[in-house]
Design a protein around this ligand. Structure first.
Ligand code: PXL
Length: 276
C-alpha cells in the first residue's frame, strides 16, 4: 500500500545531524540517529567522514574525510527536501578545515532555531598539526553559529583557555565559553572530575545550574557525548526549553550508560534502546 503525499498525519519534528560515521555503531552519526529515533524525532544525516577503529594499533582512529562536494551535495538534498520544516541541527565530528568551510556555508544558507554543536576537537590518533588547524577553524567558523554547545572536559579547557580541575573551574569555563560564543553551554565534567557524581554545568547567560548524577563506573563510555548532544537536539526540536532539554538528555544518557553494550574493544558503548 502506498501512502500519498500530503498526508494529514501529524509530522514528527525533523532533526539533522552533520557527523561522522563510527563504524562499530557506538558514537557519531549512528549514535545520533539512534537517539533521535528513541526520542521521537525524524532523523537525517549528512556524513562528514568515516572513522574505523584500528584493533591492530591500540584502537586508534583511522579517519577518512568525505569529499567536500559530497558533503555539500548531501546538505543540498536535505535542505531542499525539508526547506520550511528543518530548523534544528546537531553538529558532531567535522574533522578537517575543508569540511568545516562547507558545513558553515550550508549553515549560513538558511535560518535555524537550534544549532547544537558538540565541538569534537581531537580524534584519537589524528595527526596533531592537522588537528590544530581543524580546531581553529571550528572555533572561528562554526562556534559563532551555535545556539547550544556541549564541550567535554578537554574541549572546555580548549574553548575557555583555563585549566579545569574542579567544579568551580568548570563553572568558570562555562561562563567564558558563553561569553565567547553567545551560546547556551553545557560543559561536561563526566568521569574526568573527581568525586562520586558525574557533574555537568549548564549556563545560558542567566541561569547557572549544576546537573549531577551518580557516576556509573569510572571509565568513559563510547557514544555518551554524541548521545547527550543528540538528545538535547531532539528535545529542542520538540519544543523543550534549553534547561529542560539538558536535564532530559542527561537522564537519557545516564540510563544509556547503565545499559551499555560491551564488545571486544577495550571500551563499552552506550545503548540508547534501554527503554524498549
Ligand atoms: O565521540 C566522539 C566521536 C564523534 N564522531 C565520531 C567518532 C567519535 C569518537 O570515536 O568516531 C565519528
Amino acid at each position: 500500500m502506498s501512502v500519498s503525499a500530503g498526508t494529514t498525519a501529524p509530522r514528527p519534528a525533523v532533526t539533522l545531524t552533520i557527523a561522522g560515521s563510527e563504524a562499530t555503531g557506538g558514537a557519531g552519526a549512528q549514535a545520533d540517529l539512534k537517539t533521535f529515533q528513541e526520542l521521537g524525532t525524524y532523523g537525517i544525516t549528512a556524513l562528514t567522514c568515516i572513522v574505523s577503529f584500528d584493533p591492530k594499533d591500540n584502537w586508534n582512529h583511522r579517519f577518512t574525510p568525505m569529499d567536500a562536494q559530497v558533503i555539500a551535495d548531501q546538505l543540498e538534498a536535505i535542505q531542499t527536501c525539508y526547506a520550511g520544516s528543518l530548523d534544528t541541527v546537531k553538529i558532531g565530528m567535522l574533522g578537517s578545515p575543508a569540511t568545516i568551510r562547507t558545513v558553515s556555508d550550508a549553515l549560513k544558507s538558511q535560518q535555524w532555531k537550534n544549532v547544537v554543536l558538540d565541538p569534537v576537537l581531537i580524534c584519537k590518533g589524528q595527526e596533531p598539526g592537522h588537528a590544530l588547524d581543524t580546531d581553529q577553524a571550528l572555533k572561528a567558523e562554526v562556534l559563532p553559529l551555535a545556539t547550544f554547545v556541549t564541550p567535554n572536559h578537554f574541549e572546555s579547557e580548549s574553548l575557555s583557555g583555563i585549566a579545569i580541575n574542579d567544579l568551580e573551574d568548570l563553572k568558570e569555563a562555562a561562563r567564558l565559553i558563553h561569553q565567547a560564543s553567545g551560546a547556551v553551554v553545557l560543559a561536561k565534567g563526566g568521569v574526568r572530575l573527581e568525586g562520586p557524581d558525574a557533574v555537568d554545568v549548564y549556563f545560558d547567560g542567566e541561569t547557572l545550574e549544576v546537573l549531577s548524577a551518580p557516576k556509573v563506573g569510572e571509565v568513559a563510555v563510547s557514544g555518551a557525548g554524541c548521545s547527550l548532544a543528540a538528545a538535547i537536539t531532539a528535545e529542542l526540536a520538540k519544543g523543550a526549553a534549553p534547561l529542560e532539554a539538558a536535564r532530559t538528555a542527561k537522564a537519557f544518557v545516564t540510563e544509556g550508560i547503565k545499559a551499555r553494550v560491551s564488545s571486544n574493544a577495550p571500551f563499552d558503548a552506550l545503548w540508547q534502546g534501554f527503554a524498549g
